[in-house]
Design a protein around this ligand. Sequence first.
Ligand code: ZN
Length: 288
Amino acid sequence: MASLQQNRTLQILKAAAEGKYGVLAAIAYNIEQLTALVRAAESRRSPLILQLFPSTLKQLPTLAHAAAEAVKSATVPISLHIDHAQDEAHIREIMATLCVDSIMVDMSHYEKEENLAKTRVLAKECHVRGVAVEAESGRINGGEEGIADTGDLEALFTTPEDVEDFIKADIDILAPSIGNVHGDYGPQGPAPGQLHFDRLESINKQVNNRVLVCLHGTNDFPPEIMTRCIENGAVKLNVNKLLLEVWNEFLRQNAATTPLVRLIEEGMDVLQKETERWMDICGSSGKA
Ligand SMILES: [Zn+2]
C-alpha cells in the first residue's frame, strides 16, 4: 500500500498550514499555461499545485503526462491534482493510469448521504494508491470552463455537521461552501458580506489540522480578499481565471498580428508574471 506520508500535495499543504501561507492550486488547460505556472514556481522558489480538469484529460490525453514530468523534474515542491472529478468510472481510470498526487472526488451533485457514501468508497481506493482526496462539503454554486454547472441546484453552506461527516468519510482536503461561487463575481470581486469569513475561520478551528482547507471560486478576487481567506485558514487556493485572464487577454489582443512562436513565448511570460504576483500575495514565494 502506497503511503500518504509521502504524498506531495499533502506535504505542500501541511507546510503551508504550519507556515501560515497559501498555495496556488492553478488550473492549466494546455502546455503553455502549464509551463508558465511551473516557471513562476521556479523563479519565485514557491510551492505549487498544478490542476487539470477531467475534461482536459480527455481533450488533451498527453497533458497529464507532461504535468507529471514537470512535477518530477522541478526543483521546488510541485504536485499534480485533478479538480472536480465527478464521474466514478473516470476517477478509477485516473488513479489506475495516471501519476497524480491528489484528486477532488466531487460527488456534490448527489444528495448528502449518497455523496458521503460514494466519497468514502473512492477515498479508500485512492488511499490504497497513495493518492490524496479532496471533497466539497455543502455545495458551491456555479460553473467554470471545463466543469459541469450546478445549474439550478441551490448552494448549501457548510455546517459543522458536514465537516465531521466528511472527515469521517476519510478525506484529506475539505473544500467548504462559505458563499464562494464557481464563475465570476463581477469586476469588484465578492460583494461585502458574500464570503462568510467567520464560517471559514470556525471550520478551520473545527478541523484542527485533521484535514486541510481548500477554497474554490476565486475569480475576480482582489488581493485583500485572498489574504483574508488565508488568514482564516484556507491553504489551498484554487485559481483559474484569476491567473489565466491575462493570458486570454494577451491572445485576444495579439493573436492576429504576432507570429506563432513569439505569441507562445510572450503569452507564457505574461502568465508567469501574473502567477508570480499571486504567489507573492499568497505568501508562498521563497517558501520552497
Ligand atoms: Zn471548484
